[in-house]
Design a protein around this ligand. Structure first.
Ligand code: SF4
Length: 248
């Protein structure tokens, strides 16, 4: 790593995050990273591939992802010369859902939307972590009041394995400083006003300064806006700055 490109703060964050990942492997052995392909995921992918490559990576292809996200997956695999396992929804469940609700049934109501998220995200995620000892996630303290109270290592009651959060102390600015310093790939939609990127029909750009997650399931009440992978949370509005130029 070109350490001279990193500020002392970033150097310290990298060392702490690396130590957390190494401790996870040494304590739990069987550790898997759920790669969201978001900005934080680019940092974690780089740290894992550089320092702790024994951690397996997977991602969820819901079948409704933007082209830009799939293009990023390809670029990440080429950069690190390793495959990221892709989990897909159960085809019969999707067929049944679409038959009952239509191809865009998630717009009908919260129940239909959460059902879609369950089929396309939660169930494949459960399959991906089944039998594992620990999973890694890129949550950060500043993202919400609940995440602000998070711990680097915690027992995930919901899925029955340890949850490791090595980026808790990173700010949005830290994430982008690292991406720029390391010339990491990132989703092209970030440069078009999308701070948080999910499925194409359920994500839209936000105005500068708006809550970063306000572009997700924007037609719903903020209280219901979660996909089921993480606990329900109250979002703290954060200032969204336009992305600085960074190499692809
Ligand atoms: S984000 Fe939208 S399209 Fe994606 S799984 Fe949830 S409801 Fe379905």
């Amino acid at each position: 790593m070109s350490a001279e490109q990193l500020s002392p703060r970033l150097e310290s964050l990298v060392q702490d995050s690396r130590a957390a990942l190494e401790r996870a492997v040494s304590e739990y052995g069987d550790v898997v990273y759920s790669n969201s392909l978001g900005a934080e995921a680019m940092v974690l992918t780089d740290l894992i591939c550089t320092y702790v490559p024994e951690i397996e990576m997977f991602t969820l292809d819901t079948g409704r992802l933007p082209d830009e996200t799939l293009a990023l997956l390809d670029r990440v695999e080429r950069r690190y010369q390793r495959r990221i396992r892709v989990y897909y929804p159960d085809a019969k469940s999707i067929e049944s859902y679409v038959s009952d609700n239509g191809i865009n049934g998630f717009y009908l109501g919260i129940e239909e939307r959460q059902q879609c998220c369950h089929i396309r995200k939660v169930e494949p995620f459960k399959r991906a972590v089944a039998g594992r000892k620990a999973w890694v996630t890129g949550v950060r303290r500043e993202q919400s009041a609940e995440r602000a109270l998070g711990e680097t290592f915690s027992w995930d009651e919901r899925y029955g394995l340890w949850k490791v959060s090595p980026l808790l102390e990173w700010t949005d600015e830290d994430v982008w400083a690292y991406i720029n310093a390391r010339n990491l790939p990132y989703n092209a939609l970030h440069d078009k006003g999308y701070p948080s990127i999910g499925c194409a029909p359920c994500t839209r750009a936000v105005e500068p300064g708006a809550d970063p997650r306000s572009g997700r399931w924007w037609w719903e009440n903020p209280e219901s806006r979660e996909c089921g992978l993480q606990p329900r949370r109250r979002v703290i509005p954060l200032k969204v700055e336009p992305r600085r130029a960074a190499g692809q």
